[in-house]
Design a protein around this ligand. Structure first.
Ligand SMILES: *Cc1c(COP(=O)(O)O)cnc(C)c1O
Length: 236
């Protein structure tokens, strides 16, 4: 067995155990394999082990991979999630290639993605990125800005609003992690009370996955623990 396959087994077992510990149903948390900077061979190995959803951060690299798998391996039927920051001049590429977009944080991006979503594809499944810790260095909107943006997205035909994504402040103690994730879960509940089809909370990474799952995460985003350390020397 390759190390990627072994890593996937370990993470999958960790997710299952975290789900069980807090009484959540098996399969209620999806593993998003974050493959940014990793070659298509690594993605093929993960796909051979049964992994179907992949997350990418860089527009051109992500689109190249989506294109590669669509033409060379359509049988794998992979699902692609964009999880990086997006400039408005790059929205067309995301609208044309991806299935999910996790990091919507302003009206202009939402409007462009909807306009540019090709008619032959289903609506882009989107999450609004929120920043409840108020750190200025991180992207994402405040809780107050969330509802007007959700209102707008709900009117856009090319997008389907599914929930929230967040990258909370990096803290190591479990109770602080849990408190931050519970705040996000409460916000998602408020959103679900107002809008139909809200069922997704993308939160939790390698270091805080257990707390995220206890708080109600439905997608955890894991890269290094599956694919190993990233080499950024090729990136500008
Ligand atoms: C890179 C990245 C991850 C995965 O991080 P690892 O430390 O490699 O597990 C998760 N979420 C987002 C938004 C990322 O950019």
């Amino acid at each position: 067995m390759s190390s990627i396959q072994q890593n996937l087994e370990l993470i999958t077992a960790q997710i299952a155990s975290a789900q069980q510990k807090c009484g959540r149903a098996p399969g209620s948390v999806q593993l998003l394999a974050v493959s940014k900077t990793k070659p298509v061979e690594a993605i093929l190995e993960a796909a051979a082990a049964g992994q179907r959803s992949f997350g990418e951060n860089y527009v051109q690299e992500g689109c190249d991979k989506v294109q590669f798998f669509a033409t060379q391996h359509p049988e794998l039927d992979l699902e692609w999630h964009f999880i990086g920051p997006l400039q408005s001049n790059k929205t067309r590429l995301i609208a044309e290639h991806f299935d999910w977009m996790h990091t919507i944080d302003r009206a202009k991006i939402a409007q462009r993605l909807s306009e540019q979503r090709p008619a032959h594809l289903p609506p882009l499944q989107v999450l609004i990125q929120v920043n409840t810790s108020g750190e200025t260095s991180k992207s994402g909107i405040s809780a107050q800005q969330l509802f007007p943006l959700a209102e707008l997205i709900s009117t856009l035909p090319g997008l389907t609003l599914r929930g929230l994504m967040s990258i909370p402040e990096n803290v190591t103690d479990y109770q602080s992690q849990l408190a931050a994730f519970q705040q996000l879960a409460a916000l998602k509940q408020q959103l679900a009370d107002k809008f139909d089809g809200i069922d997704t909370l993308s939160m939790g990474m390698s270091g805080d996955m257990d707390a995220a799952i206890e708080a109600g995460s439905t997608i955890v985003r894991i890269g290094t623990a599956i694919f190993g350390q990233r080499d950024y020397s090729q990136k500008g």
